[in-house]
Design a protein around this ligand. Structure first.
Ligand code: PLP
Length: 466
């Protein structure tokens, strides 16, 4: 996951045989292929609370939260006990057709109580990508089964990230991720990125909103609203660089969807489960109740792979009513959909989150996290700092040079490497240092993060001047 950085002074000494086995045999997600076979992977062996330890015994404060997902921290006995107990009782059985498991049924009922509106029907999957895929397929099924198969086009956005299956990758709109794979382009359309940064925007929030709405209306008119099935959107774009739309954007896009009978799929894989201070952000933070809501990651605090699509009763009931008597099967699902051990872990995770009022804690420390990071804008090599509660990013640049240029990326890589050598893991992406710490992070740990990033920026700036 980390960049392969060999700068002197980075302190990265990857020890012996594990690193060698990894270099020889593993093809990592998002691997830098130019380093395949020589990658120097950080092999993480243990973790506790907000810290992880590598195979050489060095500890790091994990400001990535695993990968946006470890929310209640590492080593939570309640989650470990739930995993063990469920594995002992029933490690697996098919979820297909009319077979279920105790944890899947319990968790679905629990999610229905936590979710907004009438999102009471849960389709479990294995991760975020398969949940995104499934949500779009449900939109297709919904219109197709009601005699409207032409209403199948999908709207996404530039800079979105929705996952890595063929369809989820096609929905994603990060230019740098488009490589030699193939992507669906006939019926997937990307609206403009909704990013609005009040620090640097040449236009007001209201002007930006008007522009984005016009863009959406124009794209829909071009395709024909009768041909558009759904719109998929992260409330705050996470991997795209913690991009925050202007105020009113969520309600306005929802309004357009309602007018054109376009289903609204909210991708809360990152924003849900407490990261923005609520179990679900759609209604609590942005005032909308989507037709479908996708969740994963923090659902199990990363302890088990699990994803889910929460579906409005209105949509699920309409699909059931329209079922073709000759072919009534909802042919979507995976061997490990709603795995019993994963569902049991999610239930324990929700119990811990409720008992410890993790969402309340995020609402308390989240603004402090953003405030401390925004102090870093004083550094001449920081172009922008954006954040919302416990998701944030620092954008690095060589003064006068903007965007993910090679020099800006190298500079950010240097900052990441200095952070790592000082015992802090931040997530490098292009010229960004992305941070999403476990939700149990304290204010003093936030201070530690801000101080290390500040020091790393100062060191990288000195290198630049030299
Ligand atoms: C917003 C969003 N949606 C979907 C996904 C895909 O989730 P997964 O990697 O679990 O397939 C991600 C992953 O980072 C994500 O950030």
């Amino acid at each position: 996951m980390l960049r392969n950085i060999n700068e002197s002074g980075s302190g990265l000494q990857r020890p012996g045989s594990l690193a060698a086995k990894d270099a020889r045999h593993v093809l990592h997600p998002w691997a830098d292929l130019s380093a395949l076979g020589t990658q120097k992977s950080l092999i993480v062996c243990e973790a506790h609370g907000v810290e992880v330890m590598d195979s050489a015994g060095k500890t790091y404060l994990d400001a990535i939260g695993g990968m946006w997902c470890v929310t209640v921290g590492y080593g939570r006995q309640e989650l470990i006990d739930a995993m063990q107990a469920q594995a002992r009782k029933l490690p697996y059985f098919t979820p297909f057709g009319d077979v279920s498991s105790e944890p899947a049924a319990e968790l679905a009922a629990l999610l229905a109580t936590l979710s907004p509106g009438d999102l009471n029907r849960v389709h479990f999957t294995t991760c975020g990508s398969t949940a995104v895929d499934s949500a779009v397929r449900i939109a297709h099924y919904y219109f197709g089964s009601r005699g409207r198969p032409e209403k199948h086009h999908v709207l996404s956005r530039v800079n979105a990230y929705h996952g890595s299956t063929y369809l989820a990758a096609s929905l994603s709109g990060k230019v740098a991720d488009r490589t030699h794979f193939r992507y669906e382009s006939e019926w997937v359309h990307h609206l403009e990125s909704p990013a609005f940064d009040p620090d640097s925007s040449p236009v007001s929030a209201a002007e930006r909103l008007d522009h984005l709405i016009e863009d959406m209306e124009t794209v829909i008119a071009g395709i024909g609203p009768e041909n558009v099935a759904c719109f998929i959107a992260e409330p705050v774009l996470a991997s795209g660089g913690v991009l925050i739309p202007p105020p009113g954007y969520h309600e306005a896009t929802m309004d357009i969807c309602r007018r054109h009978e376009i289903l609204y799929i909210c991708d809360e894989v990152v924003c849900g489960f407490g990261r923005l201070g609520h179990f679900f952000a759609s209604e609590a933070r942005f005032g909308i109740v989507p037709d479908m809501l996708v969740t994963a990651k923090g659902l199990t605090s990363g302890y088990q792979p699990l994803g889910a699509v929460l579906i409005s009763d209105r949509i699920a009931d309409a699909m059931a009513r329209a079922a073709d008597p000759a072919k009534p099967v909802f042919s979507n699902g995976f061997t490990y959909s709603g795995h019993p051990v994963a569902c049991a872990t999610a239930i324990a995770n929700i119990d811990v989150m409720r008992r410890d009022d993790i969402c309340g804690h995020v609402r308390d420390v989240g603004p402090y996290f953003v405030e401390r990071l925004r102090e870093l804008r004083a550094s001449p090599i920081v172009d922008a700092v954006r954040g919302d509660h416990l998701m944030a990013c620092v954008e690095c640049h060589v003064p006068g040079e903007f965007g993910p240029t090679a020099r800006n990326q190298a500079l950010a890589g240097r900052v990441d490497a200095y952070c790592e050598s000082s015992g802090l893991l931040v997530r490098p992406y292009e010229n960004l240092c992305i941070m999403s710490p476990p939700l149990i992070i304290t204010k003093s740990e936030i201070d530690r993060i801000a101080d290390i990033v500040a020091d790393s920026l100062a060191r990288a700036e000195r290198d630049l001047r030299a």
